[in-house]
Design a binder for this molecule. Structure first.
Ligand SMILES: Cc1cc2nc3c(=O)[nH]c(=O)nc-3n(C[C@H](O)[C@H](O)[C@H](O)COP(=O)(O)OP(=O)(O)OC[C@H]3O[C@@H](n4cnc5c(N)ncnc54)[C@H](O)[C@@H]3O)c2cc1C
Length: 436
């Protein structure tokens, strides 16, 4: 609010509510029972006392500015009762939230459109959009479509073709992953999320969980780069055991992941790329309700109806500084990560930043042994650099970019590229990638 003012903050708050309401209305209107929407509430679980203070400030703000006492701060004991985890310092309970089955929701929407005569062409990447006679011709590998208007809704997949390069430059794709446990014994199951809420913690790279049927599903950061990795799922499983020690020996039955899209200002954006060309992207990992709401706004825009997007309009949707370095940075980091695994130091920590988007460590790096882990630090930029030998060969690929403050993190500069000596990278079988 300090940055954008009270009105913008209130607009965002009401937009969030409208997004949840709009989703519920759509599910109801189209009778999407298969989406299994349940608005049982959401718990934001504070991972530090500082984060809890932030949640308290949020609750105070909501009460003061909207008069609503619906969001409620709960203490550590209440979070333990409602989640089954003793890890958290307290939390914020928001009743107007919940969960659904996203694949069933998407399939349900597709089916209802099909029933209304709308053609959907899957596996047909749009390769080119060209204007001809006042219309657009969208070329795909298998044919072309003529359209009066075009909407780009490619989110974390905006790099699939060069068509959406201008959007991709404004987004950081990030892999988000989920694991689902094997069916749990009834007594254990009953102790987890007994109130039926869904829960996410307050870490910047949040972890979230809920009970679905007789399993717990647990989500968090996935692998870096374009592909899943067994080690990222392993990290997620260890993270689950940290939150729920009672699940330490529980097998994971399913795991999957996908790309979400981060933006510099943490907000989704919609607008026009040109006349009759529209976009909506950048949900920062939370787009199920918001992308549905954005879809409605885009529909209005294409019909010529003015919409008030506030901070979610195109203004402020800026290119990511040094975007071209991001992929090499991830590749490099993978090298560093291998090195650190070799030194046995890979752990639960949020570890480093990627260009323009901070994933900050809240664990003192001094506790992390091994040159690669020591040196792959991110954050305030105040920690000592690795030794000259450790830097050798890596300095070329380093860059410093601004990051934003968050709980426990100051404004500052981060290195998007981990440090690791050439020798280490070589011995671990990985090679640093040069930015092109
Ligand atoms: C593991 C995981 C867990 C998540 N959990 C939550 C959650 O709990 N709550 C929440 O709100 N959100 C969650 N999200 C985020 C949510 O799924 C996204 O915000 C949402 O899917 C965004 O919808 P979208 O339609 O904008 O983009 P997407 O669903 O990413 O769809 C973009 C599509 O564009 C296609 N595409 C790209 N380029 C082209 C082209 N040139 N031509 C044709 N098609 C193209 C892609 O193939 C893709 O299918 C999660 C995401 C993941 C991966």
């Amino acid at each position: 609010m300090a940055r954008h003012g009270r009105d913008a903050a209130l607009h965002l708050y009401h937009t969030g509510h409208a997004a949840v309401d709009g989703l519920a209305e759509l599910v109801d209107q189209l009778q999407l029972d298969e989406a299994r929407l349940r608005l049982g509430g959401h718990i934001a679980a504070a991972h530090t006392p500082h984060a809890l203070a932030g949640l308290q400030a949020t609750a105070d703000w909501v009460k003061r500015e909207t008069g609503s006492a619906s969001v409620k701060v709960i203490d550590a004991g209440q979070v333990r009762e409602l989640t089954g985890s003793a890890l958290f310092h307290g939390g914020l309970l928001t009743p107007h939230a919940g969960g659904l089955h996203p694949l069933n929701f998407a399939r349900g929407l597709a089916w209802r459109l099909h029933e209304r005569g709308v053609n959907i062409h899957v596996n047909s990447p749009a390769l080119e959009v060209r204007e001809a006679d006042g219309r657009f011709v969208v070329r795909t590998p298998g044919g072309q479509v003529s359209a009066r208007q075009v909407i780009y809704a490619t989110n974390g997949y905006s790099d699939q073709t060069s068509l959406t390069a201008s959007l991709h430059r404004r987004l950081i794709p990030f892999r988000s992953a989920i694991i689902a446990t094997e069916p749990l014994a009834p007594a254990l199951l009953a102790s987890l999320m007994p109130g039926g809420q869904v829960c996410g913690d307050t870490k910047r790279m949040l972890r979230w969980f809920r009970v679905v049927g007789d399993r717990l599903i647990f989500g968090g950061r996935g692998a870096f780069g374009q592909h899943d990795s067994a080690s990222a799922f392993g990290t997620l499983q260890r993270s689950m055991a940290q939150v729920f020690p009672q699940l330490a020996g529980t097998a994971v039955a399913f795991q999957w992941s996908g790309l979400v899209a981060m933006t510099l200002d943490y907000l989704p954006h919609a607008g026009q790329l040109g006349e009759n060309q529209y976009y909506a992207v950048g949900y920062n990992g939370g787009g199920v309700a918001m992308s549905t709401w954005m879809g409605k706004q885009l529909a209005a825009m294409t019909a010529g109806t003015p919409v008030e997007l506030g901070l979610l309009a195109g203004k402020g949707f800026n290119p990511i500084p040094l975007h071209g370095l991001r992929a090499p940075a991830c590749a490099w980091r993978r090298g560093g990560s291998n090195c650190s695994m070799r030194s046995g130091a890979r752990g639960e920590h949020e570890s480093y930043c990627i260009t323009g988007y901070r994933v900050a460590s809240r664990t003192p790096w001094s506790r992390r042994p091994g040159p690669a882990t020591r040196s792959a630090r991110a954050g305030t930029g105040t920690q000592p650099r690795p030794s000259k030998a450790g830097r050798q060969g890596a300095a070329l690929w380093t860059a410093r970019v601004p990051h934003r403050p968050g709980p426990g993190v100051r404004w500052g500069w981060s290195r998007p590229v981990g440090w690791c000596s050439r020798a280490q990278a070589k011995s671990s079988g990985s090679r640093p990638a040069r930015p092109s």
